[in-house]
Design a binder for this molecule. Structure first.
Ligand code: FES
Length: 96
């Protein structure tokens, strides 16, 4: 039987949905593992849904809005209590 790495949790809000997730994990891991969002941002050229892929800061597929700040690589940010996370919106200038 395996034991969890941590028993400490924090609560974040993803698109208004409260998630209780292990402390110390990345926002990308929290959203992918606990919210099953389908996508976290959209490709700026064709609007296709994108989601975290590399989880190490290389692919930029994990951009999200965190605490009101857009274009954040969510795989490089650790969850914090009360953090507000949203899918990355497409810029207003992009019409699909
Ligand atoms: S998941 Fe690849 S940069 Fe964040």
């Amino acid at each position: 039987m395996s034991t969890p790495l941590t028993t400490t949790t924090v609560r974040i809000l993803f698109e208004g949905q409260e998630l209780e997730v292990p402390a110390g994990i990345s926002v990308a891991a929290a959203v992918a593992g606990y919210a099953h969002p389908g996508h976290t941002c959209k490709h700026p050229v064709d609007g296709s849904g994108r989601a975290p892929f590399c989880f190490m800061g290389v692919c930029f597929e994990c951009l999200m809005e965190i605490n009101g700040l857009p274009d954040v690589q969510s795989c490089l940010v650790t969850v914090e209590e009360g953090m507000q996370v949203r899918r990355q919106p497409l810029p207003e200038s992009i019409k699909l």
